[in-house]
Write a protein that binds this ligand. Structure first.
Ligand code: PLP
Length: 451
């Protein structure tokens, strides 16, 4: 299947023709990419046969682990039966219908309809357009602004990068944010707590939303969008008081609450949805990644009955959709994937056993002099590295060790992710206690080497 090439020849070719996402291209010439050849369970092997344990589940998406033969068989069978079917012009397919039923059944109370897309970005793009359309149809076309948060991450399209609160993305060739987006601070107690308890800080951070709504004018705001736990912006776990207060503020000003569950959906936090664990119910929910365990791209925007009523009863045709909306093979794989998560009680296992074990093992890393903070919930962990754990002082930005740690860990058999000096771990839902031990042992060795 492949031309016979040495590792270096693969890497040279990689740098010659292939533009990777989120990559400093010149630096790849000095430190070329690892060429991955195959993967199984929680492990990957490169073309030289080196094994790496993947504590990132790919990009937080390979929920049931790599190489599941059942999903591969479902995909192959579906491609033979019905390789493609669009959902335009009064045409549909059984796989998309069944998946929409399943998603509504496992969604938070009040959800009723599903719009299928292909990536997390498209699901969020759909949520943005939908929120604005909802207010248009309700006779409030001036309600346009979508509020996100600093360090929020919602995707890489022009609108979702605008909604995201990551400055480097705003500058990345788009002159972003586009008009119609606003941001508030993120609920990072470590960085922004002013000596108050986590719970008091959570209420104060939620209050920034009310301040922003009042500043913009409540009649100008369409929706607030947030990840239950902020991922790509730095593994930020909010205080327990945060989401219920955000939810109260959204209801008070009639602002739609959108939960971006692209990273947290389908069990990662020990709940079906991240927001469920924080006691808030959204009007719109977006999901992707673990929906198919990344065996094939698929995402969805799930909406409440009250939003659907406006869209359907008052809407006429909605000019929005994609060639691959409701792609039958992706929907068949998602159905089989969700059945595996359910049949193997993966979420129960995370909430009762493997999640608490992971959380406690991550906490142990707090004894290292370079670790200034750890946060973990279910199989979602963030570890902040810094130059003084006692005074909780971070590294100066240019002296940070995160990228170095990521490379050192990879060279020593562990894939983890650095966002600045915050290391993020999101192992597959099927990870065992022994594999968690392996992840924590290599993480510890990495942080000791960096000190
Ligand atoms: N939303 C969140 C919370 C994410 O973590 C991501 C990707 O990491 C996205 C949206 C964008 O998803 P995609 O890369 O599939 O477009």
């Amino acid at each position: 299947m492949f031309r016979n090439r040495s590792t270096q020849q693969w890497q040279d070719a990689d740098n010659t023709n292939y533009l990777h996402p989120f990559t400093d291209y010149k630096s790849m010439r000095e430190t070329p990419a690892r060429v991955v050849a195959r993967a199984e369970g929680v492990y990957m092997w490169d073309v030289d046969g080196n094994r790496v344990i993947d504590s990132m589940a790919g990009l937080g998406c390979v929920a049931i682990g790599y190489g599941n033969k059942k999903l591969a068989a479902v995909a192959a069978a579906q491609l033979e039966k019905l390789s493609y079917c669009h959902s335009f012009f009064r045409t549909t397919n059984r796989e998309a219908i069944e998946l929409s039923e399943k998603l509504v059944a496992i969604s938070p109370p009040g959800m009723s309809h599903v719009f299928f897309t292909t990536s997390g970005s498209e699901a969020n793009e759909t949520a943005i357009r939908l929120a604005r359309r909802y207010w248009d149809l309700r006779g409030c076309p001036e309600r346009k602004v979508i509020i996100g948060r600093d360090n929020g991450y919602h995707g890489s399209t022009m609108a979702t990068a605008s909604l995201s609160g990551i400055n480097t993305m705003h500058g990345a060739g788009g002159d972003l944010p586009l008009p119609g987006f606003a941001h508030i601070g993120c609920p990072d107690h470590f960085l922004f707590g002013a000596g108050e308890s986590s719970e008091a800080f959570g209420l104060r951070a939620a209050g920034w939303l009310e301040d922003k709504i009042l500043e913009l004018g409540p009649d100008k705001v369409a929706a607030f969008v947030g990840e239950p736990i902020q991922g790509a912006g730095g593994a930020i776990l909010p205080p327990e008081s945060y989401w219920p207060e955000i939810s109260r503020i959204c209801r008070k000003y009639d602002v739609l609450l959108v939960s971006d569950e692209v990273l947290t959906g389908f069990g990662r936090t020990g709940h079906q949805w991240g927001m469920q664990g924080y006691g808030a119910i959204p009007d719109i929910l977006t999901c992707a990644k673990a929906l198919t365990s990344a065996y094939v791209p698929l995402s969805a925007t799930i909406i409440s009955q009250s939003v659907a009523d406006v869209l359907i009863e008052q809407g006429g045709e909605w000019y929005h959709g994609f060639t691959y909306s409701g792609f039958p093979m992706a929907c068949a794989v998602a159905l089989a994937n969700l059945a595996i998560i359910e049949d193997e009680d993966m979420i129960g296992r995370i909430s009762r056993d493997i999640g608490p074990y992971f959380e406690s093992r991550i906490q142990e890393l707090n004894t290292l002099p370079i670790v200034v903070d750890t946060q973990a919930r279910g199989l979602f962990a963030g570890i902040k590295l810094g130059r003084n754990a006692t005074t909780r002082t971070l590294f100066d930005e240019e002296l940070g060790v995160g990228p170095w740690c990521m490379q050192w860990a990879l060279d020593n058999g562990l894939a983890l992710r650095a966002m600045g000096d915050t290391m993020m771990l999101l192992p597959p839902l099927v990870v065992t206690r022994e594999q968690i031990d392996e992840i924590v042992d290599i993480s510890r060795a990495t942080f000791e080497a960096a000190w």
